[in-house]
Ligand binder design. Structure first.
Ligand code: ZN
Length: 288
């Protein structure tokens, strides 16, 4: 059964580790991430962007697929199904469809409007047992056509949004979505530290986990980050493994064209990426 992400992230914050949010795109992604979490006894958050939800056929399809896998594959670790960067309308759609967690990304609104909409959604989400993430300070890079400038969040605004009762908070600290450019300045640990001092026990979220060096990840966890979002890295490893299979001509050998064979190296690559991240984040063995 799907659970909200609140308990798993509070435990993570108290235990000084982070839970990975791995974004899903299809059955292979979802099945692989869930089986890896089970194998490593790790809690896990499945992230669904609005674009990926549409790609998979809609939120009901996503909920049906995930719940089916939990049952048929006997997934007995805590799993949360979370809307990633939700707009106001899509938060309601996912609540109705049976997600167990939502992110309301009101970072492009004025702080007043972000506060007003977040307040309302906190009430609705909590009324139905879901957890809710909010964002302050837009996160750089591009996600589903939304381009953020990678600004650094104002700690006082973070405190203001935290006080609305959100369960975890994403704050821009120089992190960006997608691949990091060569001239990237690194994470602002000064900002992260200031935010954590003001928000106390509230779990903090690091978006754009692809390509942040391991030592920076560990330092961020030390400073209160309890959820780290990984999306691009699984896409890159899936693509590389699939490219290798085809370039070696394996799809032309025997029944190598069968999608169950053609997509297997990519699924294995996602498994390896997820395993590496769970080990880095320290969530291995924390499911029980
Ligand atoms: Zn994000």
């Amino acid at each position: 059964m799907l659970v909200s992400a609140t308990d798993m992230l509070r435990k993570a914050k108290a235990g000084h580790y982070a839970v990975g949010q791995f974004n899903i795109n299809n059955l292979e992604w979802t099945k692989t991430i869930l089986s890896t979490a089970k194998e490593l006894r790790s809690p896990v958050i499945l992230g669904v962007s609005e674009g990926a939800g549409k790609y998979m056929g809609g939120y009901d399809v996503v909920v049906g697929m995930v719940n089916g896998l939990l049952k048929d594959q006997n997934i007995d670790v805590p799993v949360s199904l979370h809307l990633d960067h939700g707009t106001y309308d899509h938060c309601y759609k996912c609540i109705d469809a049976g997600f167990s967690s939502i992110m309301f990304d009101g970072s492009h609104y004025s702080i007043e409007e972000n506060v007003q909409k977040t307040t309302e959604l906190v009430k609705v989400a909590h009324g139905k047992g879901l957890s809710i993430e909010a964002e302050v300070g837009s996160i750089g890079g591009e996600e589903d056509g939304v381009i953020g400038m990678g600004e650094v969040a104002d700690p006082d605004e973070c405190k203001q949004i935290a006080d609305l009762g959100v369960d975890f908070l994403a704050a821009g600290i120089g992190n960006i979505h997608g691949k990091y450019p060569a001239n990237w300045q690194g994470l602002s640990f000064e900002t992260l530290d200031a935010i954590q001092k003001l928000t106390g026990d509230l779990p903090l979220v690091l978006h754009g986990g692809t390509g942040i060096p391991a030592d920076m990840i560990k330092k961020a966890i030390d400073l209160g980050v309890s959820k780290i979002n990984v999306n691009t890295e699984c896409q890159l490893s899936f693509a590389a493994a699939t490219r290798k299979y085809i370039e070696e001509g394996k799809d032309l050998e025997g029944k190598g064209f069968d999608p169950r064979k053609l997509l297997a190296p990519g699924a294995q690559a996602i498994h390896d990426t997820v395993k590496e991240k769970m080990e880095l984040f320290g969530s291995v063995g924390k499911a029980d």
